[in-house]
Ligand binder design. Structure first.
Ligand code: GAR
Length: 196
């Protein structure tokens, strides 16, 4: 059984979908939810499901990203995860941290990568007049929102969409895509990306 740790910064709706998916014959189980924000609502939601949930507040480490990551790694490694899932984790990670989990750290990003790396993806898709938008699960490499694509899901952009309406449509797909990709990854599937 693969051990999965999930990193969040906010509400954790993707985290919940991942946790809920890891039952029955699924080859993985959630062992930890961790956040850089002690107020992240997802922490209590994880605890309510009986999962260890811990915060490592990044703010006391201001200016020393490596020291923050050392503390985060200590928490993570105490739970010996095989796979690390970033699910709305909003801190940039250093190459040193990423190297420690190379090839076993996944991220979900709310755009059809390689389009719109970074923030404000929904606004940027609308401003570009895109007909489609979506989300991507990829392996994390040192370059931000780069790394091999493991799966993508698309949505149409509708007339009258706002960033909020578009984000909501994409989030529905995130909740489908991430559990599918995680399952395949945990099973050892490394073939072509999954397009849904
Ligand atoms: C999701 O839309 C996720 O794709 C995005 O944050 C949201 C978190 O929602 N992630 C990023 O923008 C990463 N750069 P959630 O906390 O409800 O899962």
């Amino acid at each position: 059984m693969k051990r999965v740790a999930i990193l969040i910064s906010g509400g954790g709706s993707n985290m919940l979908r991942l946790v809920e998916s890891m039952t029955g014959d699924h080859p993985a189980r959630p062992v930890l939810v961790a956040s850089n924000d002690p107020a992240a609502r997802g922490l209590d939601r994880a605890r309510a499901l009986g999962i260890s949930a811990e915060a490592v507040d990044h703010r006391p480490f201001k200016g020393d990203r490596a020291a923050f990551e050392d503390s985060l790694r200590a928490v993570l490694d105490a739970h010996a995860p095989d796979i690390l899932c970033l699910a709305g984790f909003m801190r940039i990670l250093t190459p040193g941290f990423i190297a420690a989990y190379e090839g076993r750290m996944l991220n979900i990003h709310p755009s059809l990568l390689p389009k719109y790396k970074g923030l404000h993806t929904h606004v940027r898709a609308l401003e570009a007049g895109d007909a489609e938008h979506g989300c991507t699960v990829h392996l994390v490499t040192p370059e931000l929102d780069d790394g091999p694509i493991l799966g993508q899901a698309r949505v149409p952009v509708m007339d009258g969409d706002t960033p909020e309406s578009l984000a909501a449509r994409v989030l529905v797909q995130e909740h489908r895509l991430y559990p599918m990709v995680l399952r395949r990854f945990a099973e050892g599937g490394r073939e072509l990306p999954l397009y849904t």
